[in-house]
Write a new protein. Structure first.
Length: 294
């Protein structure tokens, strides 16, 4: 398959040119990855909302494993070929995702300016190449094998802010009330810094510190957010008998949060298989969009 194909010239999303960017240096770049047909529409809706909110640009890319374009082990290629029994060939999977994109693009004026790109081959290499330069990457949480490889690559290897839609469709106003799960470490700080443009565009931001008996988390959050000129309500909650992830998700639901921002995976890949309980639980169970960065 050809890599990096496009059929349009302007990647700017509908209505984005009418909105000023919160970062005067450049319009933020939103990258929407489409590895799975069933999550494609949700990713497109969320990516468009993210670009429009900050006057950014939107780039849409199909990412898919193509055994004919892979430099991989025989075992990996065999696994990809076995998928064809249930999912069809790489070309057939691409065509189904392209059909979802085409239908979505025709539903509203201005979307015809949004480009379609295909980057098929080895998923990790494709993701690395496409994420370079992106300020925000929209990707599904799970799905087919390509989708699972893509989200793993985005979270562990791209070092980009990721926006992940929930499993059930929701309105695209994900910035209406952003909740930040805060701990005073570099992961949370980097995630907040990367999301600065979107936090500035959010009408309401709530910072939640879990099990912060000494209020040290709250003091650190207040200082850091003030330095970034982000206005937010800062509160502390006790997890009690619940896991931290459950406490965060439950509180987000209680206050009607429309999005949850956290750092993702504090350890390397091997340790995260054993210790990454909070991130794994949020990815599996949170019912609102997630903003995460490793």
């Amino acid at each position: 398959m050809a890599q990096g194909k496009s059929d349009r010239q302007s990647p700017r999303s509908r209505g984005a040119e009418a909105l000023p960017s919160t970062d005067r240096r450049y319009p933020p770049k939103v990258l929407v990855l489409l590895p799975d047909q069933f999550s494609a529409r949700a990713c497109l809706e969320l990516g468009e909302a993210a670009a429009n909110a900050v006057g950014g640009t939107m780039r849409t890319v199909h990412i898919g494993a193509d055994p004919m374009a892979m430099l991989a082990s025989a075992e990996e290629i065999d696994i990809q070929l076995l998928r064809e029994t249930h999912e069809g060939t790489a070309g057939e999977r691409l065509a189904r995702i392209r059909a979802v994109f085409d239908d979505w693009r025709q539903e509203a004026p201005g979307r015809e300016q949004i480009e379609w790109h295909d980057h098929s081959g080895e998923v990790d290499r494709c993701v690395a190449a496409e994420c370079a330069g992106a300020d925000l990457v929209v990707t599904p949480r799970t799905g087919n094998l390509d989708a699972r490889d893509v989200v793993h690559s985005v979270l562990f290897q791209s070092h980009r802010l990721a926006l992940l839609p929930p499993y059930r469709p929701r309105p695209a106003d994900f910035l209406r009330h952003v909740m930040i799960g805060w701990k005073p470490d570099e992961h949370a700080l980097h995630a907040v810094q990367a999301a600065r443009s979107w936090l500035a565009a959010a009408p309401r931001v709530t910072v939640v510190c879990v099990d912060d008996g000494s209020q040290a988390y709250r003091h650190a959050a207040a200082q850091r957010l003030a330095e970034m000129d982000i206005k937010a309500e800062i509160i502390g909650i006790d997890s009690g008998p619940e896991a931290v992830a459950d406490a965060l998700a439950g509180y987000a639901n209680a206050i009607g949060a429309s999005c949850l921002l956290t750092g993702a995976y504090r350890h390397g890949q091997l340790l995260e298989m054993l210790l990454g309980r909070v991130t794994h639980s949020l990815l599996a169970h949170a019912e609102i969009p997630l903003l995460m960065m490793h």
